[in-house]
Design a protein around this ligand. Structure first.
Ligand SMILES: [Zn+2]
Length: 667
């Protein structure tokens, strides 16, 4: 699955979640000139009065909305967890899942005992061949050591689901963490090894042996990292499409028992599949062939310890927090237990909890106004395509076909999963986690060989995010994002078009960014561009690569212009389309100023204020390497400096910083 997100979400939280308005005049820093630094102008006072909470590594208005959704979910879960004779099956599942997760005393009392069957399973491995058997067991429980395997639409026949074997197996956030030799990277690896060692000590492994295992695990993961493709290369879908036969896979990595593995996990008839990175299979083979069996077992055990820590006693959870959130992302404190349990319920039983959330939050007016906006923005895109002077009629026609074929999903789920086969018990947090993980693995693997279900969602409804799926050619807006500051019933159109309108335009533009443009109307990887048009596109894209590549994130680290190209293209196109749609919607009748701002000004302020945020330095460094999205300040200033409409709205003169030279434009 190749979904393109609006932003990369992460757990957020705050003590009291209040409804934030779509546009907040008090957030503005009037000491700054809008034409000099529009982000600071729109967000300065919000940033000054909203310090990052101790349990966060970033704090923005996105996160504040996430927080508000969390509070709504908590309320739903607390009500559902009260035992009653009339409780229905869905409420029993989410209520008891949450209750068991909240029962820290019971979790603590069981200690490491729930891990025993898994650890015993790995301990029973005697030789290299039996590594495959242990893997089968772990994969069925939702773990993925060494590599990732799951369903995906066939990139060249997008209505059909095939198996997809991809690189994976790393504990650190990116391959570069293993390969870079600067002081900070070396120090992070030292801390990573220390963390793994402490996790082994928690299950009773003596210190010297724990240290030895941790070093062996780093060595294994470094080998896997070397065989992994970098993030920028992975943006090119043609580099990730290789249909191989089972026989070819077995030949490429004979040390792993593929012929036993696939039937073992429940995909018996698999003869061909996509292998994203064929060279990676050689790395897997080298690791399994050359590493001692005890070290391979240590690596499998580490995968268990890492992935089960959320349902283990506080000692495990805290140790995991200390490395993955504190060291890597700069958070100062753990989030309170209820927030972790809300998130876990959302991630493990997404349809059950999401169903209740939609019933609670999604109003009819919001749905209707959003649907209207989607239609208007699609109309704006059609007009935009028509007006392009750099694209020949032949390619334009294909682009129009693709635009017409885009499917919109807005906060609605046609078929909710009911989790009938998942048994959730009020006193077994670990068992519940395992049950729902097993269920999800089975559900995913069962898709292989079947037609693609385009109605299905890739994120839960309470999620504050949106996505475009190039292989299905659809744009998706879960109920979680159809709220302030993105969408506000109490606000004028200008603010809503700047908020959710720009998000809709962003997702739509993904259909035509550096990655999306390689897929056709049906979601097939097929080149529908004339060479001249493709060249013209790339020249325009290069302008954005250069513009964003000159923005500094922290210290001497600049934005990776190629990694963020798709998102920057979508941001720029999205705001332009939303603005065109707003102007069309107003039909030349501009409403009187409100709060002292004209409609065009309110549009841009509504857009900018979505991105108000602060980040901890550790988080900024992590995201510079891994996040295809630019930080909030550049998502705003990078866009407005390319837009004459902005410059006109705020009366900027040509030598001011928010007037770009050159002004980049792709769409
Ligand atoms: Zn995006």
């Amino acid at each position: 699955m190749r979904i393109v997100l609006l932003f990369v979400s992460f757990a957020a939280s705050f003590a009291f979640a209040q409804r934030a308005p779509g546009f907040d005049p008090s957030a503005i820093d009037r000491s700054v000139n809008a034409c000099v630094d529009f982000y600071q102008y729109a967000c300065g006072n919000w940033i000054a009065s909203n310090p990052i909470p101790a349990d966060q590594s970033r704090w923005g208005r996105f996160d504040a909305l996430h927080e508000r959704n969390q509070a709504i979910l908590r309320d739903i879960l607390e009500k559902a967890s009260a035992p009653s004779a009339t409780r229905n099956a869905i409420d029993q599942k989410i209520g008891d899942y949450y209750s068991a997760c909240m029962d820290e005393a019971a979790i603590n009392a069981r200690g490491a005992a729930p891990l025993k069957p898994l650890l015993d399973r790995i301990a029973a491995v005697h030789d290299r061949a039996e590594i495959t058997d242990a893997m089968i067991d772990l994969v069925r429980r939702g773990l993925s050591p060494f590599f990732r395997f799951g369903p995906t639409p066939d990139a060249k026949n997008s209505s059909q689901t095939i198996g997809d074997l991809d690189q994976g197996g790393l504990g650190l956030p990116d391959r570069d963490y293993y390969l870079k030799t600067d002081d900070k990277s070396v120090e992070l690896r030292r801390q990573y090894v220390a963390h793994i060692k402490r996790m082994f000590e928690l299950i009773g492994v003596p210190s010297t042996e724990a240290e030895r295992r941790a070093q062996a695990i780093l060595a294994i993961e470094t080998e896997l990292a070397k065989g992994s493709l970098d993030r920028v290369s992975r943006r090119d879908p043609t580099k990730l499409y290789h249909i191989l036969t089972l026989h070819e896979i077995e030949t490429s990595s004979p040390s792993f028992g593929w012929g036993k593995f696939f039937p073992g996990i429940g995909v018996p008839k698999l003869q061909r599949m996509n292998v994203d990175v064929p060279d990676f299979l050689k790395s897997v083979d080298a690791v399994i062939a050359k590493t001692g069996v005890e070290d391979l077992k240590a690596y499998l055990t580490w995968n268990v310890l890492r992935d089960t820590s959320p349902v283990m006693p506080p000692a495990f959870e805290e140790e995991s927090f200390n490395f993955f959130r504190k060291t890597l992302q700069g958070a100062k404190e753990m989030r309170p237990r209820w927030k972790r349990c809300v998130e876990q319920t959302d991630s493990q039983l997404p349809d059950a909890l999401g169903r209740r959330f939609v019933e609670t939050t999604l109003g009819e007016e919001g749905m209707r106004r959003t649907q209207t906006m989607v239609a208007e923005i699609e109309k704006a895109m059609a007009a935009d395509l028509q007006s392009l002077d750099w694209m020949t009629p032949k390619t334009k026609q294909q682009a129009e076909l693709k635009l017409k074929a885009v499917l919109n999903k807005i906060g609605t789920v046609e078929k909710w999963q009911t989790y009938d086969t998942v048994t959730i018990k009020r006193d077994d947090a670990f068992g519940n986690f395992e049950q729902s993980s097993r269920y999800e693995v089975q559900r995913q693997l069962a898709k292989i060989g079947k037609p693609v279900d385009k109605k299905e969602w890739e994120m839960s409804q309470p999620t504050v995010n949106a996505y475009y799926e190039p292989q299905q050619n659809n744009i998706n807006f879960p109920a979680g994002i159809l709220q302030p500051p993105f969408y506000d019933n109490a606000m004028d159109d200008a603010v809503n078009y700047g908020g959710i309108g720009a998000v809709i335009g962003h997702e739509l533009t993904h259909a035509f960014d550096d990655e999306g443009r390689q897929f056709d109307a049906k979601g097939n990887l097929r080149d529908w561009w004339t060479p001249a048009d493709a060249k013209a596109f790339e020249e325009r894209a290069a302008c954005l690569v250069n513009e964003y590549g000159n923005f500094t994130i922290i210290d001497n680290i600049k934005i990776n212009g190629k990694l963020t190209l798709g998102e920057n293209t979508a941001d720029n196109g999205g705001v332009r389309l939303a603005y065109m749609a707003l102007m069309d919607h107003l039909g030349g009748k501009e409403p009187p100023p409100r709060d002292g701002f004209t409609a065009p000004q309110r549009f841009f302020l509504g857009f900018a204020q979505v991105w108000c945020e602060s980040r901890r330095p550790e988080f900024s460094r992590l995201r510079a390497q891994t996040d295809p999205h630019s930080p909030g300040n550049y998502r705003v200033n990078g866009v407005v400096s390319n837009l004459p409409e902005f410059q006109k709205a705020f009366g900027c003169s040509t030598n001011q910083p928010m007037v770009g030279h050159p002004a980049c434009r792709v769409w």
